[in-house]
Design a protein around this ligand. Structure first.
Ligand SMILES: NC(=O)c1ccc[n+]([C@@H]2O[C@H](COP(=O)([O-])OP(=O)(O)OC[C@H]3O[C@@H](n4cnc5c(N)ncnc54)[C@H](OP(=O)(O)O)[C@@H]3O)[C@@H](O)[C@H]2O)c1
Length: 287
C-alpha cells in the first residue's frame, strides 16, 4: 500500500469525545475519516464540521450490524486510504435490552465485537499502516469486569432479556475491549502500537441517550457542579488522552492509559490464556 494517502479513522465521530477527537486531529493537520451511524448523521456531520478541508471521508457504520461493518470496511478498502491511526471510540452504555440482527446483546456487539471485526477487515486488506496506532476507548468500568473465561464472555454476548444486567454488560464489554487491545499488542506489537484508554467521566450523550434531550437539559446544572468539583470533564478534556496518544510518539504499546499516564488495568488483562482465547472466539463470532 505504498503511495496510498494516509488518514486517521475515528468511529462514533458525530458526538461527544469522538467529535472532539476528530476536531483535534483535523486542527493538528491530520486527514480524518469519520464514521457515523447513518446518512442523515453523515450529512449533518459534514455540514457542521469546522475543519472541512481535513475531513477526507465520512462513512456510515452501524456496529450493531456486522453486515454494516463489512459494508463500511469494503467502502474504506475501495477508497484506498491507509490508516496511520485508528480510534475505536464509538460506544453505548446501559441501553434497554436489545439483541442485534447477529444474535448478540447490543452493547457487547457495538462496543466490542463490531470494532474487532472492523479492525480485522481493515488489517487483512492492508489498510493498517506500518507503526500505526490503534486506540481503543475503553472505560474505568472495565477495570471492574469479572469475566474470566471465554464461556463467560460468550454468555454475556448471548444473554437473554430476563438475565440482562445493563451495567454488567457494559462493564464486561469494556473489559473485552481492554483485553483485545493488549492482545493486539502481543500479536502485532512489532508492526503497530496498541493503546487502551479510560477517558475520565465525561459529560456526553452517553449518559443521556435513554432520557432524551429534556433529561439532558435538566441535568446540565448538575454537570456544571461536576466540572467545578473536578468529578466531570468536558468532551474536549475527555478527548485529551486519546489525542495525546494519537498525535504524540508514545512508544510503549500494550498499556492502558488515563489522564495521559499509564494506569494499572483490570488484573485479568495479564491473563495471556484468557486474552488469546477471547481473541480467537471473537474471530469466530464475527466470521
Ligand atoms: N462519557 C464518559 O464518561 C465515558 C467514560 C468512559 C468511557 N467512555 C467511552 O467513550 C466512548 C465515546 O463515548 P462518549 O462519552 O463520547 O459518548 P457519546 O457522545 O454518546 O458518543 C458515542 C458515539 O458512539 C456512537 N455509537 C453508539 N452506538 C453505536 C453503534 N451501534 N454503531 C455505531 N456507532 C455507535 C454514537 O452514535 P450516535 O450519536 O448515532 O448514537 C456516538 O457517535 C465510548 O466508547 C464510551 O464507552 C465514555
Amino acid at each position: 500500500m505504498a503511495n496510498h494517502p494516509t488518514a486517521t479513522l475515528v468511529t462514533g465521530a458525530n458526538s461527544g469525545m469522538g467529535r472532539e477527537t476528530a476536531l483535534g486531529l483535523a486542527r493538528a493537520g491530520r486527514d480524518v475519516v469519520a464514521t457515523v451511524r447513518d446518512e442523515t448523521k453523515a450529512a449533518a456531520f459534514r455540514a457542521s464540521f469546522p475543519e472541512p478541508s481535513r475531513l477526507v471521508g465520512v462513512e456510515t457504520l452501524e456496529l450493531g450490524d456486522l453486515a454494516s461493518v463489512r459494508a463500511a470496511a469494503a467502502r474504506l478498502i475501495a477508497a484506498g486510504r491507509v490508516f496511520d491511526t485508528i480510534i475505536l471510540n464509538a460506544g453505548v452504555m446501559t441501553p434497554p435490552y436489545r439483541r442485534t440482527v447477529d444474535g448478540y446483546e447490543s452493547q457487547f456487539q457495538a462496543n466490542y465485537l463490531g470494532h474487532a471485526l472492523l479492525f480485522r477487515l481493515l488489517d487483512e486488506a492492508g489498510l493498517v499502516a506500518r507503526d500505526a496506532k490503534v486506540i481503543s476507548v475503553s472505560s474505568l468500568s472495565g477495570e471492574k469486569g469479572r469475566a474470566s473465561s471465554v464461556a463467560e464472555f460468550e454468555a454475556l454476548a448471548k444473554v437473554g432479556e430476563s438475565d440482562y444486567d445493563a451495567m454488567r454488560s457494559y462493564r464486561e464489554s469494556k473489559l473485552a475491549q481492554t483485553l483485545w487491545s493488549r492482545e493486539l499488542h502481543e500479536r502485532h506489537g512489532e508492526r503497530l502500537r496498541s493503546y487502551a484508554v479510560h477517558p475520565g467521566v465525561v459529560n456526553t450523550n452517553l449518559f443521556y441517550r435513554a432520557g432524551g434531550p429534556f433529561y439532558k437539559a435538566l441535568m446540565q446544572p448538575a454537570a456544571w457542579l461536576g466540572y467545578l468539583t473536578g468529578f466531570l470533564s468536558t468532551p474536549r478534556r475527555g478527548a485529551s488522552t486519546v489525542l495525546s496518544l494519537a498525535l504524540g510518539d508514545e512508544r510503549r504499546s500494550g498499556l492502558y492509559w488515563a489522564s495521559k499516564k499509564p494506569r494499572k488495568p483490570n488484573p485479568l488483562v495479564e491473563d495471556a490464556a484468557l486474552r488469546a482465547a477471547l481473541w480467537d472466539w471473537t474471530t469466530r463470532a464475527t466470521s
